[in-house]
Design a protein around this ligand. Structure first.
Ligand code: NDP
Length: 400
């Protein structure tokens, strides 16, 4: 019996993980499931998997969770402290699938058990990559990537030596605005940004895919996880989302990973690693798909990728600042306070503002340093949202 916990079980990745676990329920002892606002689904999942404890990060929803679990014998808890305590419960395999910087600390704490951390929460590596990897090494824990591109790179590297890798290419669908002209992008709405052409994902990552901020996070994630130099990591726009990543070796070979746009593949790979096991995803019919297209991304319309390269050069705490500014910009876009293209402007202003203040270049020594930068970047970004036009960067709502 393997002890398993899922952080963010009520989300898109979390629910897919629950579905895969239910197929082999007798092999797993479910320790903790955590969610946020969706306590009805959390309770249902906890009952179905007979979890020891269900935790809602939203303390106000604890009475509702308790009521939904009444008579089940499953413990219920609520709030941030309870969430972190759930990470302290020993488990052998932990899925980190909370969205945003909120997912960093639970995953970090779970590494202390020395088991496997299946990492969907890419923000953890962006904000605190070196700290996270060092913590895993300290406790003999294994981190497995769940992001589809990184799972693809990981799979292409099985049996290979990292010093023979010349380059890594991660693909991007290009999102719903792939072919939109720049003028139209400024007026893109939240609903349009959420309508991802290929993947069914949570709302926030869907919007990040439309702006290519998701790909920007993934560039940094590739750099941190695999230790590949930034100038050896490329992004290719590939509208079909069939090839997820390619690894180029020093003999000229390119190893590509192909699969359906279904996260159950990458989750299942992390669940069954180092073995493979039959997973209920569509089998590709390449004759029907017939063609695979690749183009270079447009840095003018999608500046997020350029910003990611700035972060990879700066290092220090710039990843934490980048992610926090991006999350603040995303909230402001969702709330209608800024327009779609202003998200990148806001992140850029925040990064360069903080760097000018000398706040980004020191290497973080602890999660406390990462948290401090995160708070600083959110405050700075909010301050810029409140500032009308300055330095040629207008931050007013251009939507509609
Ligand atoms: P969702 O928005 O669908 O789910 C997020 C989960 O986190 C939910 O369980 C949510 O609870 C919970 N949550 C939200 N805010 C908090 C908080 N402050 N504290 C604790 N829990 C919280 O996200 P996704 O499943 O799409 O993504 C999860 C992570 O995986 C992200 O980091 C994303 O970038 C990454 N990822 C996702 C992919 C996908 O296909 N979806 C692909 C690759 C990576 P509730 O819903 O109950 O409020």
């Amino acid at each position: 019996m393997r002890r398993v916990s899922i952080f963010g079980s009520t989300g898109s990745i979390g629910a897919n993980t629950v579905a895969l676990l239910r197929e082999h329920a007798r092999e797993h002892e479910v320790v903790a499931l955590t969610g946020g606002r969706n306590v009805a689904l959390l309770a249902e999942q906890a009952r179905a998997l007979q979890a020891q404890i269900a935790v809602t990060a939203d303390a106000e929803r604890l009475p509702e969770l308790r009521a939904a679990l009444a008579g089940s014998g499953i413990a219920a808890a609520g709030g941030r402290t309870a969430l972190l305590e759930a990470a302290d419960r020993p488990a052998d395999w932990i899925m980190s699938a909370i969205v945003g910087a909120a997912g960093l600390e639970p995953g970090f704490r779970a590494l202390r058990h020395g088991g496997t951390l299946a990492l969907a929460n890419k923000e953890s590596l962006v904000a605190a990559g070196p700290l996270l990897l060092a913590e895993a090494a300290r406790h003999g824990a294994t981190i497995l990537p769940v992001d589809s591109e990184h799972s693809a790179v990981f799979q292409a590297l099985v049996g290979e030596r990292l010093d023979t890798v010349e380059r890594v290419i991660i693909t991007a669908s290009g999102g719903p605005f792939r072919d939109w002209p720049a003028e139209r992008l400024a007026h893109a709405t939240v609903a349009q940004a959420m309508a991802h052409p290929n993947w069914d994902m949570g709302a926030r990552i869907s919007i990040d895919s439309a702006s290519l901020f998701n790909k920007a996070l993934e560039l940094i994630e590739t750099r941190e996880f695999f230790g590949i130099a930034p100038d050896r990591i490329e992004v290719l726009v590939h509208p079909q989302s069939i090839v997820h990543a390619l690894v180029g070796f020093n003999d000229g070979a390119l190893m590509a990973h192909l699969g359906p746009a279904d996260m159950r593949h990458a989750i299942g790979y992390a669940l069954n690693w180092p073995l493979r096991r039959s997973t209920p995803v569509e089998r590709l019919d390449l004759a029907r798909i017939a063609r695979l297209d690749f183009t270079a991304p447009d840095p003018e319309r999608f500046p997020a990728l350029r910003l990611a390269h700035e972060v990879m050069q700066l290092r220090g705490t710039s990843g934490a600042a980048f992610n926090a500014a991006k999350e603040t910009a995303l909230d402001a876009f969702i709330d209608g306070r800024i327009g779609f293209t202003q998200m990148a402007q806001l992140v850029e202003r925040t990064l360069f503002g903080l760097d000018a203040d000398g706040a980004l270049r020191a290497t973080p020594q602890s999660l406390e340093d990462v948290r401090a930068t995160d708070h600083l970047a959110r405050a700075k970004a909010e301050e810029f949202i409140g500032t009308p036009e300055r330095d040629g960067v207008a931050l007013r709502n251009e939507q509609g």
